[in-house]
Design a protein around this ligand. Sequence first.
Ligand SMILES: [Zn+2]
Length: 359
Amino acid sequence: MHLRGEPLGRRRRVVVGHADEDYQAGPVDAADGRPVDADARPADPLHHRPHDAHGTGRSSGRGTMPTMPTMPTRPASPPRPASPPRTLITVAPTGAETAKAAAPPLPVTLDELVEAAQACEKAGAAMIHVHIRDAKAQPTLDLRRLRDTVQALREGAGLVIQLSTGGAVTDSYEDRLRVLDAAPDSCSLTMGTVNFGDDVFLNQWPFVVELYELAKEREVVPEFELFDLGHVEALRRLLDEHGLPFGGRVHCDLVMGVPGGMPGTIETLVAAVQALPPQVTSWSATGVGRTSLPVALAALAAGGHLRVGMEDTLTFARGQPVRDNAQLVERAAQLAVLAQRPPMSADDARSLLNTRKAA
Ligand SMILES: [Zn+2]
């Protein structure tokens, strides 16, 4: 990558996280006198051109095809939206890795989880990525507990509910598939195997496909978790071979900075985003540990969405443990406001992801 000294906006366009981004005015326009998405199709704002199409077909076509108009017809300016483009903030409050004793504010009981969901929704989150714990605060995929969790979150908060199908690295494929029986709005779907510290997070291709097809059948919207550039390519293969997910939108999350996965650097984020398949309609990014802030800032700058929470980050600043999940969401919301893409509501997120309508 050769990013130094060259603003992103002047290079090729990075895929933009939200439809309304196409209409964004302000500092982005002022920077180089050209809207960031001037070449997007206004009639279909969620459409993104294939990344490998950038820069091709232009020089070769011009002057050699007599039917080409000499001046491209400029589409009519789209109406300016009443509200600014928005950022999807997902909170991942618990995870499967951290012990309660090591981080006392970690929500591990159902009451703590609902309380965290309410506080995070108030702070600007629109979706919650859920791992649950058993009576001893150990990670579990117990179906009864999962169902109770989904029900309690539906009653207690308005957030889009995403259940992790990753569980802990020791969980069986069978248990991980059964997560969908709890009828969440969304589920995580990890696009390949990755080293995870000393462990291996196993996601063999047949399992990935089986989970994908099951999610379609159950009308659950997957969030594709990409820990590595190879996972980006696996997502392309999955979509090409097995079509679009339920709802027709493709949302993914770059999980960066896991020891064994891709590093949480700006260069890697840009490389991953540029490699995303054309079917992707929105993406977010997560930086684990100390990469949390740089990844969040880079994701916002590149038009992406955010995932934050104690699953990924336990230190708010150097020497300062995280107070609670809402503190991380508050900071993400402040960054989103500064970027002039304030947090979206849970209803906005339901539209963005096109989740199953309530029965
Ligand atoms: Zn997770």
